[in-house]
Design a protein around this ligand. Structure first.
Ligand SMILES: [Zn+2]
Length: 144
């Protein structure tokens, strides 16, 4: 087993399978370079409205991209740091951006909603959240 050989666990694979094929494709490339875990793929009505009530999402069902089938958003955390390290999220984000670009998939990150490289110009930070950018101009608008 080589140092850079990572793989998703069962729960991650199950959640990833709920996501749009393009998101699956990107994440399968990412895991080859950086260990990470999928914490959310599809989110049903009850789970979405719980996330809304807890302030983890700004949207109620069915407005989130996690509410589509397949899910148009995926939540991924660096492993084993999980939520502990913002630096690890940033490092993971660079790899996700690079791998998405290499296969022409356009993504928006909850750590930089308007994708301008400035992480200080937003109020709602959703570091694990990545969603497909489907040609919309929803600049600065959270779609968690
Ligand atoms: Zn999310």
């Amino acid at each position: 087993m080589t140092q850079n050989s990572y793989s998703f666990g069962k729960a991650s694979l199950r959640r990833l399978a709920e996501c749009h094929p393009q998101l699956q494709h990107v994440m399968r490339r990412v895991i080859q370079h950086r260990d990470c875990a999928i914490v959310c793929g599809f989110r049903g009505k009850e789970a979405q409205n719980t996330a809304f009530a807890e302030g983890k999402s700004k949207l109620q069902f069915p407005e989130s991209k996690h509410n589509q089938t397949p899910a148009l958003a995926v939540d991924v955390v660096p492993w084993p740091e999980k939520w502990a390290s913002e630096a690890a999220f940033t490092e993971l984000a660079e790899i996700i951006r690079r791998e998405a670009k290499s296969i022409d998939v356009r993504l928006r990150w909850g750590g930089d909603w308007d994708s301008d490289g400035d992480r200080t110009d937003q109020q709602f930070h959703d570091l694990p959240h990545w969603e497909l950018a489907l040609g919309e101009l929803a600049l600065g608008k959270s779609t968690t």
